[in-house]
Ligand binder design. Sequence first.
Ligand code: GRF
Length: 197
Amino acid sequence: MFKIGVLVSGGGSNLQSIIDKSKSGELQCNVEVVIGDRECYGVERAKEAGIDRHVLDRKILKKELCKEIDKIITEKGVELVVLAGFLSIIDEEFVNKWKGKIINIHPSLLPKFGGPGMYGIKVHEAVLKAGEQESGCTVHYVDTGVDSGEIIAQKRVKVLVGDTPETLQKRILMEEHKLLPESIAKIITEKNKGVYS
Ligand code: GRF
């Protein structure tokens, strides 16, 4: 079974969508380990699902944090690292080592509304402020920039009259829960075809 490691900092609803779909057999992978850079509900979800989990300290040096993550996921034989609401920035050495094997989910139609400081509710506030008629979510490979790696898949969501950042965020999150498992499935299919090394 394809082994994945999930990194979280918050509620972990995207992690839950992967857990549910892998348990139901809809997604052919196994969540080997969940790593939080802080105590958070995402780590609790891993506990409830009986998945090995680690809580690290986001306040330690970025390099040190990445070394710890690298050690854990290497020991677990992880083949794909999924950043699912992970707020710490990953260092260059880690990205280069895991190149093509780290993906991130972002709540906008990248390259729009991405980059440093664009996370959480701020993304949706910026979308509404700019008067966009649609937004959505993106799964992309992680490179050494912020939200700049190759796009794997996107889902579009219409901005509705009367939307607040919170209502838009909620509708997009529901699409994220489909997009992330679909993107992982796509990567697994490519791997099975020998495209992914
Ligand atoms: C999601 O909106 C994701 O796109 C972003 O952080 C949020 C995480 O939500 N990177 P959750 O912790 O999976 O509920």
